[in-house]
Design a protein around this ligand. Structure first.
Ligand code: C2E
Ligand code: MG
Ligand code: MG
Length: 703
């Protein structure tokens, strides 16, 4: 209750006014009483002296006449408040006593019969003359006669308590209304004043409440009085100004923070180049999606793809062009998807699609075909037409137990299958791919050991001329794996390339071929060449030429006996380096042949810029010679082209006489294939050379 200023001040003021009034009243009553008692004492003293002088002759006479004394005393009977009056002789012995009205009243009320006790007679033996107030009585004691010759004494005792009480009551009755009026007016005046004084404070309180409720810090408090509240209001106003400024700064900072947060979220979840969701975003969402699919037992499909030949474009045309292609790819793929399908870029040239809704085989196959077809159109960038294909790997969540890493790895496996199959294909993951993958892992892990333990062996496949005479061999590596048996190069060479082991293997093959060359030379009288296959990685190996040179020296190899085969794509992916390397090798006397020709690049203009001796027509055209008009056309064109460029033509993969004859008729000079011999170990190769000419002529005769 006393917490508010108003109530505290009100109570204090009312209390103070009341207290002051009571004190003043009390003092006034006291003063009034004093005056009253003083006046009564004075009157009684005068009265006593008057009667003393009247009694003087009576007491001076001898004998003293008692009735005269009583007569005089009886005159005092009219006094209202007289308790008693007594006359004493010179020896202060009472001579006469008059009991007054007050005395009798007291005597009766107290019910005391003993007069002495009831009236409370005052002893006078040693009493001095004069008037005094004792125990609510005024006692006047005067001498009768002169001081020199006293005749006796008169004592008049008047009751004063009753009159004083009456007088006090009267005074109160008379003054109380006035006092009360004064008191209430003072209190009301004080309260009014207080209200007026506190009203600015109330306005200030109302103002602050308004600010708090509306949160509007632009409001200002106005008070035109000259009170402290005005100054307080001004202080609050300046505080509000400061708060408003701070608030504006805070709002601006908040806005910046929100923008920064949005940017960070965008950067964290979206790819800045294509604007597509990034790996982080996809992984987070995919995890949730997989949990949901697992609960509802609905399958989910993940399509993982990367671009074929993107690395070549990036390396040859620069990253800027590569970036433009990635943006175009994002646009092209997005246009084939619905709003609810998710397309994301995982990094580099890797993307994923999570189709929404229909996950049936037909739907996924359709989408994959649409994607592949979309990439059959070249990208037109900066006046160039760039062909980029895609290899797609498709995996289902149900095959991965709805586990994210497993699903990703399955899609990855399927995608690498597509890559291995050739450009622009898709592969749906099947559980047996895991076994293949495990085998691949096992090969990758044991490759180091294979190199150091020399677990490889070189097989030789003869190349023959139109007459059937052996004009060379292709050295083809095999891996005699201690657990897996004979592993073919088509399987482990790509693994070696990915694992960075290909240089060691190539060096091993060069060394082994040069070492075994003398054995072949002993059996074959005529000139021949042994072809060694090089991979694209070898062309980037700066020390390879020196290795070849030193191996040739070590085994005293004539370079004319050696040919290097490199695929068209490997050559073109490392164009400058390949040119430099092959020019040096060619200058040394080795021959160079372009392997698997016709499968890679469609542009042939580069052929005039490279130094090669032979074009090897790929097996895929040869095996379809009899059935496909297109293969016959391509083969014919390659032969024609090679002739125009004065290049030797070698056809590989010849399995029957019809193919051989057809190629012979069309001017092919060298032939390689199972018709003549499969790749065989060195020992068989030497024997082969002995009997080969006879056997082939027989086969031709039979054909
Ligand atoms: P390639 O250089 O095109 O070799 C020809 C491949 O075709 C050989 O397979 C050979 O066995 C096979 N072939 C030859 N004639 C016929 C035929 O009539 N019918 C069929 N079906 N196949 C035939 P191989 O030995 O399995 O080698 C596969 C590939 O591995 C080679 O293709 C070559 O690119 C690579 N390779 C082999 N040895 C080496 C090596 O020492 N170093 C490098 N870098 N690659 C090698
Ligand atoms: Mg080859
Ligand atoms: Mg080949």
């Amino acid at each position: 209750m006393l917490k508010s200023i108003k109530s505290s001040l009100s109570i204090t003021i009312v209390g103070a006014v009341l207290f002051t009034s009571i004190i003043v009243l009390w003092l006034a009553i006291n003063e009034h009483e004093k005056l009253y008692v003083g006046a009564v004492s004075k009157d009684l003293s005068t009265l006593t002296r008057h009667f003393s002088s009247e009694l003087t002759p009576i007491l001076s006479a001898a004998p003293v006449r008692a009735h005269r004394i009583d007569q005089i005393l009886s005159e005092l009977q009219g006094l209202d408040n007289l308790v008693y009056a007594r006359v004493f002789n010179q020896s202060r012995q009472p001579l006469a006593t008059l009991v007054g009205r007050a005395g009798r009243k007291q005597f009766q009320t107290d019910g005391i019969t003993d007069e002495e006790q009831g009236l409370g007679f005052v002893t006078v033996h040693s009493r001095q003359t004069g008037t005094s107030v004792e125990g609510g009585r005024v006692i006047s004691f005067e001498r009768i006669g002169s001081q020199a010759v006293p005749q006796g004494y008169l004592m008049v005792v008047n009751d004063i308590s009753g009159p004083v009480q009456n007088s006090r009551r009267n005074l109160l009755w008379q003054t109380m209304p006035l006092v009360l009026v004064g008191l209430f007016s003072t209190i009301l005046a004080c309260l009014y004043l207080l209200k007026r004084l506190l009203s600015p404070l109330y306005s200030l309180s109302h103002f602050t409440r308004l600010v708090r409720e509306n949160k509007d810090y632009s409001l200002r408090f106005s008070d035109h009085s000259d009170s402290e509240v005005r100054r307080l209001g001004e202080d609050i106003n300046s505080l509000m100004e400061a708060m408003e400024v701070e608030l504006t700064i805070n709002q601006e900072q908040n806005l910046t923070l929100v923008e920064q947060q949005e940017t960070m979220t965008r950067l964290a979840n979206f790819d800045s180049l294509t604007g597509l969701p990034n790996r982080q975003f996809v992984m987070d969402n995919l995890r949730l999606e997989l949990a949901r699919s697992s609960r509802t037992e609905q399958d989910l499909v993940l399509m993982f793809f990367d671009l074929d030949g993107f690395k070549g474009i990036n390396d040859s045309l620069g990253h800027e062009t590569g970036d433009l292609i990635l943006i175009e790819v994002a646009d092209r793929v997005s246009s084939l998807l619905t709003e609810s399908d998710l397309l994301a870029r995982l990094g580099g040239d890797e993307f994923i699609i999570i189709p929404d809704g229909d996950c049936s085989d037909t739907s996924i196959t359709n989408l994959s075909n649409r994607l592949i077809t979309a990439f059959s159109q070249p990208f037109e960038l900066r006046g160039l037409e760039l062909s980029v294909g895609i290899s797609i790997g498709i995996a289902r969540a149900s095959d991965a137990d709805y586990e994210l890493s497993q699903l990703m790895s399955n899609a990855d496996l399927a995608m690498y299958r597509s890559k291995a199959k050739g450009r622009g294909t898709y592969t749906v993951f099947t559980p047996d791919m895991v076994d293949a993958y495990k085998r691949k892992l096992s090969l990758a892990n044991s490759m180091d050991q294979a190199v150091s333990n020399s677990e490889f062996v070189v097989y030789y496949q003869p190349k023959v001329a139109g007459t059937g005479r052996i004009i060379g061999f292709e050295a083809l590596i095999r891996w005699q794996h201690p657990e897996l048996g004979l592993v073919m190069p088509g399987e482990f060479i790509p693994i070696a390339e990915q694992g960075g082991k290909i240089s060691a293997i190539t060096r091993w093959v060069i060394d082994r071929v040069c070492q075994e060359l003398s054995v072949l030379q002993q059996q074959i009288d005529s000139r021949f060449r042994v072809s060694i296959n090089l991979s694209g990685h070898d062309l980037r190996d700066a020390g390879l030429f020196d290795t070849i040179h030193s191996v040739f020296e070590r085994y005293q190899v004539e370079p004319e006996y050696i040919e290097f085969e490199v695929t068209e794509s490997a050559y073109l992916e490392n164009f400058a380096l390949s040119n430099k390397f092959f020019r040096r090798v060619s200058n040394m006397g080795c021959a160079i042949s372009l392997d698997d020709f016709g499968t890679g690049y469609s542009s042939l203009s580069y052929l005039t810029q490279i130094s090669i001796d032979t074009l090897k027509i790929d097996r895929q055209f040869i095996c379809k010679l009899e059935t496909s008009e297109r293969s016959r056309l391509v083969t014919g064109t390659i032969i024609d082209l090679a002739k125009r460029l004065s290049l030797t033509i070698c056809a590989e993969g010849i399995e029957n006489h019809r193919q051989w004859e057809y190629l012979l008729e069309h001017g092919v000079e060298h032939f390689q294939g199972y018709l003549f011999s499969e790749p065989v170990p060195l020992a068989e190769a030497t024997e082969l050379s002995q009997t080969f000419a006879r056997d082939t002529s027989q086969r031709m005769a039979l054909g």
